[in-house]
Design a protein. Structure first.
Length: 130
């Protein structure tokens, strides 16, 4: 099982790397999936991922305050809406179109509810009343 999770984690990292360069492929969800796989299968890969200059901040934001950067949210929403619009356009049956549209609302709602990382003040820099 550990080998399978490590392999999946590596695949997710490859997709996350592609997402850095391809604007239609979101990076953050793949980094989070890779981290989950590595946490269960490979402590060394998990440490590497947390200390990586590109992926480390994404994991830190998620682990400390369950937030996403605005850019990542925008890219994820754009990808969902664009791929969903294409799918709905290509489907001929109205009931299936409505089903696809309603299913796509779930991740859109989840992403919109997440706070923006840039809007949060780190806990160690907050002013405490004396």
């Amino acid at each position: 099982m550990k080998a399978l999770l490590t392999l999946l984690g590596c695949c997710f990292i490859a997709l996350a790397c592609a997402g850095i360069f391809l604007p239609v492929l979101p990076t953050t969800p793949f980094v989070l999936l890779a981290a989950a796989c590595f946490a269960k299968s490979s402590p060394s890969f998990h440490r590497w991922l947390k200390s990586n200059r590109h992926f480390g901040p994404i994991l830190h934001n998620w682990q400390t305050n369950r937030s996403m950067p605005k850019r990542a949210k925008l890219m994820a929403l754009t990808t969902i809406v664009a791929s969903g619009a294409i799918s709905i356009y290509l489907i001929s049956q109205l009931l299936i179109k409505l089903l696809v549209a309603s299913i796509l609302l779930i991740p859109i709602f989840i992403i919109l509810r997440l706070p923006n990382s840039e809007d949060l003040i780190p806990a160690d820099t907050q002013k405490h009343p004396n």
